[in-house]
Each structure stands twice: as structure tokens, then as C-alpha cells.
Design a protein around this ligand. Structure first.
Ligand SMILES: Nc1ncnc2c1ncn2[C@@H]1O[C@H](COP(=O)(O)OS(=O)(=O)O)[C@@H](OP(=O)(O)O)[C@H]1O
Ligand SMILES: Nc1ncnc2c1ncn2[C@@H]1O[C@H](COP(=O)(O)OP(=O)(O)O)[C@@H](O)[C@H]1O
Length: 163
């Protein structure tokens, strides 16, 4: 949890460095481009595939895409990785924090009122090959600005923001 917040902070940080970015947020895309999709495994796979293809188009146009999706299955993330040329895809692992639950969906899922909810009765497969991991420290989540700063530092160190 915290994907959209981090995506916004990251986009702001990139903007302050003169880099144009565009956020592809799972929740938002599901109101438009992906409104025909549900949360069955095959629908999630198609959701992520389409998002990857859109990210590729944006990347061709010279924009940095920040994709904030749960994308719970390793295979789907690796498919996106393969879609983009080497080093044009970085995966950040964000620890989930059920306690926030701003939409009350975890509570409904725990009560069995939503089926197939990620982290409750549908798996989240943690990455084994992610480029960057954003962790809680002493049980506390760092601020979005701090985490976005860590991502930007990583991108700078790898030379991804040079051109
Ligand atoms: N069954 C189930 N499992 C997981 N998530 C669910 C489900 N039903 C609804 N939601 C809400 O949908 C948001 C996640 O959409 P994503 O497109 O990112 O999911 S996925 O990548 O296709 O797995 C996610 O919103 P965020 O709060 O932005 O994470 C959920 O609140
Ligand atoms: N680093 C953070 N520290 C504390 N609260 C946060 C942090 N990131 C997000 N939040 C809060 O957690 C809630 C869910 O964040 P959001 O970005 O909407 O998550 P997601 O997009 O993964 O559903 C929001 O109320 C947000 O303000």
C-alpha cells in the first residue's frame, strides 16, 4: 500500500529534475482502458500486459512511466520486463501495510465479502530480482518523499536520467 502516493512523489521529484513522467495507476486505468477487467488471475495478467504496452508507447515518446499497480504475479512483471529494452524497466518492491486500509477493502476481504483479494486469499509473489526495495524501518514506513528520493538516487546512479 502507498503505491499511488509514492508514484505522485516520484513524479514530482522527476519533474523537479526536468524529467517528464506519466503515472499509470492501476486503480485509475481500471476506470477506463481496463474497465472490462476483473481480478481473476487472467484479468490481472491482461491488466498488466496492457499497462506494459502503454508504458512502452510512452517510453517511445520520451516519457518516464511510473506504473503503480499491485501486479502480484512474478510472471506478469517479468513479461513487462521483457517487453522493454534492458535497463528500461525497474521494479520497486513496496511493503504492504494492511493497517491503513483507507477504502476498507481489507476488512471486507477478511470478512469474506470480497473474494480473491491480494494478500488475503490471492497471492502476492514477492520479487526475486527487483532493482530496488523500499522497506519499512523499525516498523515505520518512510515518508513518500524519502522513498521517492531513494528511487531517484538509484536512477541517477545508474545513469538513467542523463539524457
Ligand atoms: N480482489 C482484489 N485484489 C486486489 N485489489 C483489489 C481487489 N478488488 C479491488 N481491488 C482494488 O483494486 C486496486 C488494484 O488494482 P491493480 O490494477 O493495481 O491490481 S492488479 O495489478 O491487476 O493485481 C487496489 O487499489 P489500490 O488501493 O490502488 O491498491 C484495490 O483496492
Ligand atoms: N509513506 C507513507 N507513510 C504514511 N502514510 C502513507 C504513506 N504512503 C501512503 N500513505 C497513506 O496510505 C493510504 C494509501 O495510500 P495510497 O497511495 O492510496 O495506496 P495504494 O495506491 O497502494 O492503494 C493513503 O491514505 C496515504 O495517504
Amino acid at each position: 500500500m502507498g503505491k499511488s502516493t509514492l508514484a505522485c512523489s516520484l513524479s514530482r521529484e522527476l519533474h523537479s529534475k526536468g524529467k517528464l513522467s506519466y503515472i499509470l495507476d492501476g486503480d485509475n486505468l481500471r476506470h477506463g482502458l481496463n474497465k472490462d477487467l476483473d481480478f481473476e488471475p487472467e484479468d490481472r495478467t491482461e491488466n498488466i500486459r496492457r499497462t506494459g504496452e502503454v508504458a512502452k508507447l510512452f517510453a517511445d515518446a520520451g516519457l518516464i512511466c511510473v506504473a503503480s499497480l499491485i501486479s502480484p504475479y512474478r510472471r506478469d512483471r517479468d513479461t513487462c520486463r521483457a517487453m522493454l529494452p534492458d535497463a528500461n524497466f525497474i521494479e520497486a518492491r513496496l511493503q504492504l501495510c494492511e493497517a491503513r486500509d483507507p477504502k476498507g477493502l481489507y476488512k471486507l476481504a477478511r470478512a469474506g465479502k470480497i473474494k480473491g483479494f491480494t494478500g488475503i486469499d490471492d497471492p502476492y509473489e514477492p520479487p526475486i530480482n527487483c532493482e530496488i526495495e523500499l522497506k519499512q524501518e523499525y516498523g515505520v514506513c518512510p515518508t513518500p518523499t524519502l522513498m521517492a528520493g531513494n528511487v531517484v538516487t538509484y536512477l541517477e546512479e545508474k545513469g538513467f536520467l542523463e539524457c
